[in-house]
Design a binder for this molecule. Sequence first.
Ligand code: F6R
Length: 242
Amino acid sequence: MKIKVFDNPTQMGYMIAKEVAAQLNTKPESVLILPTGSTPIPTYKSIVEMYKNGEVSFKDAVTFNLDEYIGIESDHEERYYNFMQRNLFSHVDIKPENINIPDNQTTDCEKECVDYEAKYRASGCADLALLGIGNNGHIGFNEPGTAFDSVTHVTSIAESTIKANARFFASEDLVPKQAMTMGISTILSAKKIFILITGKGKHDILMKLLDTAVADESIPATALRLHPDVTIYADREAAGLI
Ligand code: F6R
């Protein structure tokens, strides 16, 4: 794993956006895996600016989001579909039919996961995946203990993740308890992976990720050790003195 450290999240977001633009300019029909959460917001802001300046187009791009809550109303701000529209998709020229996010309005989430995995694999798998990381090391909603050979599945959200995500909801009780998520093997199928880590609160998990030389299912992000092309993008606060 390589690591790149930036002065602040804005600068980091700009550099990642430039990489995304380079990917799409080289291969316009690229398949991208995308995250939600606080961390990618500066990246999405920069991508939107680059789009407005004519530096990048999503005309032929295909995207797959990592995950989606189960049991959240269709118009809820925190539904990841709505998050993505608000922060990226409504501002760029992506075709609606090229946007993929697990459909949480279905009555059969298990089937939705099987279909989602099949559609993703049929796309040829991602050219580039952007990931965030939870304080407990989760990637997507693959919480500690998730098998490294997992594919898209329904999962229970860990207590610590519910607490961390309570900041987005009126109260902790309102945070969904379940989600659909790409599995770890789904994520590892991407040709290139960037993991985005910002803020003091993520320093400890970044250190654990760097110190754990062996992939260990109790820290899901360590699965990235099994992948040949992973870059950690960190800001100075998360990186500390490294
Ligand atoms: C979101 C996702 C999660 C987040 C992680 C960090 O699609 O897959 O793994 O990346 O929970 O969230 P933030 O960026 O809000 O700290």
